[in-house]
Design a protein around this ligand. Structure first.
Ligand code: ADP
Length: 500
């Protein structure tokens, strides 16, 4: 696992990393009120990658004030929907023009392979903004015929307006730093809201780069403010702020519950995209090659650091050994290394905390009788690498089967038929996603109906599109990201009733 110098590969990225990064408040790059900074680490070496202004309550106050002013009295609300759409589209163009820098920043800050950041994170972010740009001009209400019983003969003209909720606080995680910023900012801006965005402390860099492009695109000052900092300080201050009208959060279910509590002060609206422990179901009539590759990539994509990772693999008994051995073979062949290395297929986990957490889960699995037929340990002399791991001899009660690991660890279990499988697959506090692999089209759609999940993939997995809503049943969240649905998170309905 050789180390590659950033300066050798992209001088623009090297110069971005050289200077301490500031926060974006009211169109200006500023230091934290406290003057404090915090380090962002390269997870492939554990070394400091960049230094970033550490936002806290005082900075959140200033950012919320700027967002409030931009919402209440700035040029933003006076712009036509089409002008707003053009700005969002321009931002997409600018991200595309800087795609390489974003791909390097994502790879360095998060650890993911550069090839993956290039192929998935950056183009998906561009697409998301373009898709949302189109919605600005389509936020329509309805006209509604009234039949009021106590005003017989009276005539009314009634209609609804879709209005922005106002100042939005957005708190995002570290697994897809730029893409999560896009998922959040795109619909908020399309709806006409103003934003205070807090990136994850592990991966603040691409959001700060995005801030530069937001200024370049010409968004009015204060429309987007970006305050990096820690969750317990900056994040908590944003979630609790009484002048924030809505908070949108993506992260762990545990913190999601804290956000709900924090929001009670002013009953701000809350949307949550939280954890998962998604069942991935392989029937014996599936195309085995496709199902085995799909089962492997459903868990190992992004090193398992996906809220929708296919982490519970249920395989019909007759093909259990074939599928599980196939997935284990694939796991053993995955080349683990630094994200910038062109040969790397899986990078390090994002942080030492995350690596330790995954290793604790592995220990817990082993102590309860699980066996690793691939992986099972951390690896590498430095950095936060964990081997792609396939666990067998697991059962539905084990922690590794019930709890979200958020790492490259899949627990495989056999099943006999759908009647037995469905209650087991649904026996979990989460309900984010599920996968079904079969050639029987009726069985596939019956399963899709029965599985309690916000997304069901059939003969595919981890397919994302800006037009396809994504979000959770049960404790996986409130509301949906992307698609038409997400606009409900950022708009509120006004009913207008006129007697004519
Ligand atoms: P993980 O445990 O995987 O790091 P978290 O849910 O803790 O995921 O983090 C997701 C985001 O939530 C990050 O931006 C983090 O800073 C933020 N966060 C963490 N704790 C809090 C909190 N108490 N209040 C608000 N935001 C928080």
């Amino acid at each position: 696992m050789g180390t590659i110098s950033v300066a050798q590969v992209d001088p623009r990225v090297a110069s971005f990393l050289e200077k301490p990064r500031k926060m974006l408040i009211n169109g200006n790059w500023v230091d934290a009120v406290s003057g404090k900074t915090f380090p962002s680490y390269d997870p492939s070496t554990g070394e400091v990658l960049a230094t970033v202004a550490e936002g806290d309550r005082a900075d959140i106050d200033l950012a919320v004030k700027a967002a409030r002013q931009a919402f209440d009295s700035g040029p933003w609300r006076k712009m036509s929907a089409s002008e707003r759409g053009r700005l969002i589209w321009k931002l997409a163009d600018l991200i595309e023009a800087h795609a390489e820098e974003f791909a390097y920043l994502e790879s360095l800050d998060n650890g993911k392979p550069l090839t993956v950041a290039r192929a998935a994170d950056v183009p998906l972010a561009v697409d998301l903004f373009r898709y949302m740009a189109g919605w600005t001009t389509k936020l329509e209400g309805n006209t509604i015929p009234l039949s009021v019983p106590y005003t017989p003969g009276a005539k009314y003209f009634s209609y609804t307006l879709r209005e922005p909720v106002g100042v939005v606080g957005q708190i995002i995680p570290w697994n897809f730093p730029l893409l999560m910023a896009a998922w959040k900012l795109g619909p908020a801006l399309a709806s006409g809201c103003t934003v205070v965005l807090k990136p994850a402390e592990q991966t603040p860099l691409s959001a700060l780069k995005l801030g530069e492009l937001i200024i370049e695109a010409g968004f009015p000052e204060g429309v987007v403010n970006i305050v990096p900092g820690y969750g317990e300080t900056a994040g908590a201050a944003l979630a609790a702020h009484n002048d924030v009208d809505k908070v949108a959060f993506t992260g762990s279910t545990e913190v999601g519950k804290l956000i709900v509590h924090a929001a009670t002060g002013n009953l701000k609206r809350v949307s949550l995209e939280l954890g998962g422990k998604s069942p991935n179901v392989v029937f014996k009539d599936a195309d085995m090659d496709v199902a085995i590759s799909g089962a492997a990539s459903s868990i190992f994509f992004n090193h398992g650091q996906c809220c929708c990772a296919g982490s519970r693999l249920y395989v019909e008994k007759a093909v259990f050994d074939q599928v599980v051995e196939g997935v284990a073979e694939k796991a053993k062949k995955i080349r683990v290394g630094p994200g910038l290395d062109a040969n790397t297929q899986m990078g390090p986990l994002v942080s030492v905390e995350q690596m330790d957490r995954v290793c604790r889960y592995l220990e817990s699995g082993f102590s309860q009788g699980a066996k690793a037929i691939a992986g099972g340990h951390k690896t590498g002399e430095k950095g936060y690498f964990v081997e792609p791991t396939v666990l067998v001899d697991t059962n539905d009660q084990m922690k590794v089967v019930q709890e979200e690991i958020f790492g490259p660890v899949v627990a495989a279990m056999p099943f006999t038929d759908p009647e037995e499988l469905v209650p087991r697959a649904n026996d979990n506090v989460y309900g984010l996603a599920a996968g079904v692999w079969t050639r029987d089209i009726s069985k596939a759609h019956r399963m899709a109906e029965q599985l309690q999940a916000g997304t069901v993939w059939i003969n595919c997995y981890n397919i994302f599109d800006a037009a396809l809503p994504f979000g959770g049943y049960k404790q996986s969240g409130w509301g949906r990201e992307m698609g038409h649905d997400v606009l409900n998170n950022y708009t509120q309905t006004k009913a207008v009733c006129a007697r004519i």
